[in-house]
Design a protein around this ligand. Structure first.
Ligand code: ADP
Ligand code: MG
Ligand code: ZN
Length: 566
């Protein structure tokens, strides 16, 4: 077996400075590196931009053998290897972009001891050539980057990540295993530990708060106008504008070009060369703004992005925080603005309902759909909430912030409050009357007196509560329910069913339920139009009916996108 000299650096600090040119570690980095050097397995959960790469690159310089880094995207690998090479570190990658000859050259160089770090695509691990190569060199550490890809609960599950454990078993001598991800939810963590067979890992979760990011949700009448004004106020700054569809990207791009704004676009419908060009132009500051679908970003290492605007609401908080988190990696103040319209919800739901699960086990498909619907609801909550936006995010990622941040769109906004005690009692009655069996949407639809297929099915029109809040505003009711949950008057049970909590306080006539209202609420605070039931579809789909053609286009686009890797 080929073994190597210990790296030339004595301490991790020395390697940090000499190789990467940094003077100090960021929070968490040093503790992970020390644990690796003690020979421990690692699970590190750190937000995007926190500096996970250094947590395995620095110890790789100090360990005696090679560090294998498993990474999900070819472009990501290439960028990292280029950066390492530029820093004078001999690194290589092994993936499907290599020719037979390049692959053999890489193996040969590795035998000669040229590399400290080799990136490898998960699909490659179990190939005969790679296994025999891996058995014949000294592997000190296997790093699993973007480790959430191993979990069905993660946002981008990759079946080939499941091969990693088997690959490790085949090796004979077990190296250190370190896993890194930005996905913090409990399910994903457990999956990573189990699937990789981590052995009493050093576990690190750094705070998910990004203090230099300013969060805001805006509901402009005209999103294009908003964006033009925003750019005008932020001339010369670098920013990303995310759109849900290629069509949105193209039309916004055309609009900005007409205004002589320095802008590029990026989506999966463009050729590889075009996309590479656009990405380089942006990264090297030839263009200051890029308009993109969510295909853009993984592996983009641009530190001076000053704003990330979402033209549409993403489908989950995970996606939102990851995309918004591309702002301000250099630690300077930056803004994350989500432009929201209720149409975003309709489109997202429609897409979820029509997602093609035909090649997935039906039970899995149900679980995944269920999960996606919950995620979407949480994302919707972010758009409607009047609570501190930063806290909303942090709570979702499992933190327990003690007070509002005083520095987000909601904290800085002047709200008026509205006494909704009467409405609160009606909602509570409705939950009671329907015997605590339904979730937020059905309860709301019932008191609003909506005519949906689902309500018909459960016979809601027989309830006394049916239609008692007919003339209320749906957004306000949604917020009222949030407030009731926050105050503990109601609780959520299994499957998001609403249950009664401690309502005794409400019997006291002095107790009021106050809900914050915004200017937009006043604009939209009018009687809801009666809903028509088109062909027995529920209200959501019938509201979406008008969007049908648009949606068909969307589905086509998605089908196309799925064939072309991002
Ligand atoms: P992650 O993988 O956690 O999203 P990266 O490893 O890509 O983050 O690092 C994000 C950025 O932070 C990179 O530009 C990286 O060079 C920089 N960085 C990481 N660690 C440090 C440090 N200790 N000092 C200064 N910059 C750092
Ligand atoms: Mg990373
Ligand atoms: Zn706040």
């Amino acid at each position: 077996m080929r073994t190597f000299d210990r790296g030339i650096y004595k301490t991790s600090k020395e390697a940090l400075k000499a190789v990467f040119g940094y003077d100090s570690f960021r929070p968490g980095q040093e503790s992970v590196i020390n644990a690796v050097l003690e020979g421990r397995d690692i699970l590190a959960v750190m937000p995007t931009g926190a500096g996970k790469s250094l947590c395995y690159q620095v110890p790789a310089m100090l360990l005696s053998g090679i560090t294998l880094v498993i990474s999900p995207l070819i472009s990501l690998m290439q960028d990292q290897v280029n950066a390492l090479n530029e820093a004078g570190v001999d690194a290589a990658f092994i993936n499907s972009s290599l020719s037979e000859k390049e692959l053999n050259d890489t193996f040969k160089n590795a035998y000669k001891g040229h590399y400290k770090i080799i990136y490898v695509a998960p699909e490659r691990l179990m190939s005969e050539g790679f296994i025999s190569f891996a058995k014949s060199i000294e592997i000190s550490m296997i790093t699993v980057d973007e480790a959430h890809c191993i979990s069905q609960w993660g946002q981008d599950f990759r079946p080939s990540y499941m091969d990693i454990a088997e690959f490790i078993n085949i090796l004979g001598k077990r190296p250190i295993i370190s896993a890194f991800t930005a996905t913090a939810t409990q399910n994903v963590r457990e999956d990573i530990i189990c699937s990789l067979g981590l052995n009493d890992p050093y576990f690190l979760v750094t705070g998910f708060d990004r203090e230099n990011l300013f969060f805001q949700v805006d509901k402009p009448q005209n999103k294009e106008r908003f964006i033009l004004d925003y750019i005008e106020r932020h001339r010369g700054e670098s920013g990303i504008i995310y759109c849900a569809t290629r069509k949105n990207v193209d039309s916004l791009y055309t609009l900005l070009r007409k205004q002589n704004i320095s802008v590029a676009r990026y989506h999966a419908g463009m050729s590889n060369e075009e996309r590479k060009q656009m990405q380089d132009d942006f990264v090297f500051d030839y263009t200051s703004i890029v308009i993109a679908t969510n295909a853009f970003g993984m592996g983009i290492d641009k530190s001076n992005v000053r704003f990330v605007i979402h033209y549409n609401m993403p489908s989950s908080m995970e996606n939102y925080y990851q995309e918004a988190g591309r702002a301000g990696r250099d630690g300077l103040n930056s803004e994350c603005i989500l432009l929201f319209s209720p149409q975003d919800i309709i489109i997202n739901r429609f897409l979820l309902e029509h997602k093609d699960f035909s090649d997935i086990d039906p039970i899995d498909a149900m679980t995944i759909r269920d999960r996606d619907i919950k995620r979407l609801q949480i994302m919707e909550g972010y758009c409607y909430t009047t609570e501190c936006l930063r806290n909303y995010i942090l709570k979702y990622f499992g933190e327990d912030p003690k007070k509002p941040c005083d520095d987000c769109g909601n904290c800085l906004r002047q709200f008026e409050t509205l006494d909704m005690t009467d409405e609160a009692k009606k909602i509570i009655n409705c939950i009671y009357e329907s015997r605590e069996r339904y979730g937020k949407n059905i309860i709301m639809d019932t008191v609003l007196g909506a005519k949906t297929a689902r309500l018909a099915e459960i016979g809601a029109s027989k309830y006394k509560s049916y239609g008692v809040l007919e003339s209320s505003n749906k957004n306000l009711l949604r917020r009222l329910i949030e407030e009731l949950l926050l105050e503990g008057y109601i609780l959520t049970g299994e499957y998001q069913v609403l249950k009664l909590g401690d309502i005794s306080r409400l019997k006291n006539t002095d107790t009021k339920v106050m809900v914050k209202i915004t200017d937009e609420d006043k604009v939209t605070n009018r009687k809801l139009k009666p809903k028509k039931n088109i062909n027995g579809m529920d209200s959501l789909t019938s509201a979406g009916f008008k969007l049908f053609d648009k949606l068909k286009e969307l589905r086509l686009e998605i089908a196309r996108a799925e064939k072309i890797p991002p």
